[in-house]
Ligand binder design. Structure first.
Ligand code: GTP
Ligand code: MG
Ligand code: ZN
Length: 313
């Protein structure tokens, strides 16, 4: 029995990095229950597993998974209600945002942050392609940065193409397992290449995206960085389907809304229609960003669910 780290998962095959640093193709034997969660994939990138080596077929057979520190899941594309585990054992999650080519909207950012909060994964925001921003885009970025930093999400301003701001991000990745997420074409793989050119990940000109509708990165994949640590590159996502949660629970994942809710008149205030709501007052007084409140209400009502259901791959 050996131990290893799952660095790639493509359906039935897994790439496992052994303790001696070899990369071994592995399969799972028979039915594999993923610790009580109903998922389309029992094992994900970032899982620590035990395996035996099958000499005849020259591949490993995964026999068990170590308990996960955390994991991040997405609702699967089909409506079977099954979840898909994106990755496990993550120290921090970066959301890459671009204001042009393509445009990322605040509601998408907020859905990502809600998921990260729900899984207790520290989240950070990277604004990329700033070399393409005009004054209006720069102003928009600045106002988003203000909103998110004020509520505890660090923001980084970079151009992966021009390699500005890349060193700062690179520092943050040292000796940690980081996940990077964001729409297709925002430059996730380009950033990883800028940090470690040896990895030479595939990237695609944005102009070619519209024609094919394809994603360049198609499976989450973990890359060891020369500086120590791992980065998990993920396929672009169209929407972040938030896992099912109770409506009462939702406000816990908006830190600034949660903080003010103790001052609402009703202890179970949903901050939507109740009188003397400290959250609504906070929005009026400019203490809570309107865009954040709109995202909260949209999730509460669930009306945008179809639009944002994750359907990337
Ligand atoms: N101008 C500019 N272009 C960039 C920048 N970063 C990435 N790009 C370009 O954006 C396109 C898409 O980059 P990728 O790195 O493939 O995007 P991705 O996020 O990995 O996309 P998926 O793998 O499909 O999710 C490429 O043509 C990159 O050269 C940047 O900072 N500035
Ligand atoms: Mg990519
Ligand atoms: Zn309220």
């Amino acid at each position: 029995m050996e131990k290893g780290l799952v660095i790639k998962s493509t359906g039935s095959w897994y790439q496992v990095k052994t303790e001696t640093g070899d990369i071994l193709p592995c399969k799972i034997r028979g039915k594999f229950r993923s610790m009580g969660i109903r998922t389309t994939n029992p094992i994900a990138v970032g899982d620590q597993v035990q395996f035996t080596f099958d000499k005849k077929s020259e591949h490993g057979v995964i026999t068990s998974i170590e308990p996960r520190k955390n994991y991040i899941i997405r609702r699967s594309i089909n409506l079977s209600k099954q979840a898909h585990i994106l990755a496990a054992n993550i120290d921090q999650a970066f959301l890459m945002v671009t204001l042009v080519k393509p445009k990322t909207y605040p509601e998408f950012i907020d859905r990502f942050l809600v998921s990260a909060e729900a899984y207790t994964i520290p989240a950070k925001i990277i604004f990329n392609k700033t070399d393409l921003y005009d004054t209006a885009a720069h102003n928009e970025m600045q106002s988003l940065k203000n909103i998110y930093e004020k509520i505890g999400y660090p923001c980084y301003i970079i151009s992966a193409r021009e390699k500005t701001g890349v060193d700062t991000v690179s520092e943050l990745l040292k000796d940690r397992i980081s996940l990077i997420s964001g729409h297709s074409g925002v430059g996730k793989s380009t950033l990883i290449n800028a940090i470690d050119p040896e990895l030479n990940l595939k990237t695609t000109e944005i102009s070619q995206y519209h024609d094919s509708g394809k994603h360049t990165t198609t499976f989450p994949e973990m890359h060891a960085l020369v500086s120590g640590g791992y980065i998990i590159d993920t396929p672009g996502i169209k929407g972040f389907g938030v896992v099912d949660m109770d409506k009462e629970e939702l406000s816990h994942y908006f830190p600034e809304i949660f903080a003010r809710s103790t001052q609402c008149q009703y202890y179970n205030c949903s901050h939507s229609h109740e009188p003397n709501c400290a959250v609504k007052k906070g929005v009026q007084d400019g203490l809570i960003a309107e865009s954040r409140y709109r995202s909260y209400i949209s999730l509460l009502v669930g009306d945008e669910d179809e639009k944002y259901r994750s359907n990337a791959y």
